[in-house]
Design a protein around this ligand. Structure first.
Ligand SMILES: Nc1ncnc2c1ncn2[C@@H]1O[C@H](COP(=O)(O)OP(=O)(O)OP(=O)(O)O)[C@@H](O)[C@H]1O
Ligand SMILES: [Mg+2]
Length: 228
């Protein structure tokens, strides 16, 4: 298994001494290499919390998050940084592109931390990813000169630049209209086929969830299989 989540729990303490929010009671999920999964569930059910913990952006209270057999929850600070930049790729609801950088420079941002990388090979990979998302002719543009759907496609290319095994997408279509949302999910499915990257996508839209290989729903702090 690429990813095994076992008995994950998470409670947010209230900042003002009020009631703590028990978000994840016991989350279990297994994801094989190259699978695509949609996570659905009501607002506030903890979907982003799960994704953020898997991506080592948030901490869990207990449980295990095994990626290739290693527990992400036990990694030290340096290992977390390496894990975040090379094993997982992230796409968020809003693209978080750097406005002052070109499209090509934005795609290369996650590679800047690597020392001794082959810059020319990385640039070629960035260009081929931009071609894969249909934006090779826009590489010199800045995010402000692109449409919302185009910006989100740049964010997809950026998430894949370090060849992660796992792509985590938290409502990547949340800011897009229906047509562009459908195109973005088609693109994720296509990149999954072409590059073998596993995809976990959070979405509210049943028709988008339906394009992933499996659908799970977060209910009462647990993940339940909806379709396999
Ligand atoms: N840093 C935090 N401190 C306290 N409570 C938090 C924090 N982050 C999230 N929560 C709470 O945890 C619960 C789950 O939040 P989460 O963002 O994971 O939900 P979600 O399923 O992604 O919702 P949505 O569909 O609206 O994005 C919510 O009740 C939220 O208010
Ligand atoms: Mg969320």
């Amino acid at each position: 298994m690429l990813l095994e989540i076992k008995n994950l729990t998470k409670t947010y303490r209230a900042p003002d001494g009020g009631d703590a929010v028990e978000v994840l009671r016991s989350v279990d999920l297994s994801v094989a290499a190259g699978e695509t999964i949609a996570i659905t569930g009501p607002s506030g059910s903890g979907k982003s919390t799960v994704l953020n913990i898997v991506g080592a952006l948030d901490r869990a209270d207990a449980g295990e998050v095994l990626v290739d057999g290693r527990d992400v929850l036990q990694l030290g600070a340096a290992e977390v940084a390496a894990y975040r930049s090379t094993t997982v790729g992230f796409i968020f609801q809003l693209h978080h592109l750097l406005p002052q950088c070109t499209v090509l420079e934005n795609v290369l941002v996650p590679t800047l931390a690597q020392r001794g990388g082959d810059r020319r090979a990385l640039r070629e990979r960035a260009e081929s990813l931009l071609a894969a998302v249909g934006l090779e002719h826009r590489r010199g543009h800045r995010p402000g000169q692109l449409s919302g759907g185009e910006r989100q496609r740049v964010a997809v290319a950026r998430a894949l630049i370090n060849q992660p095994k796992l792509l985590l997408a938290d409502e990547p279509t949340g800011a897009l209209d229906r047509v562009n949302a459908g195109r973005l999910v088609d693109l994720l499915a296509e990149l999954n086929r072409a590059q073998g990257v596993a995809v976990i996508m959070v979405t509210h839209a049943p028709e988008l969830a339906g394009r992933m290989g499996r659908v799970v729903e977060l209910v009462d702090g647990k993940l339940v299989e909806v379709r396999r």
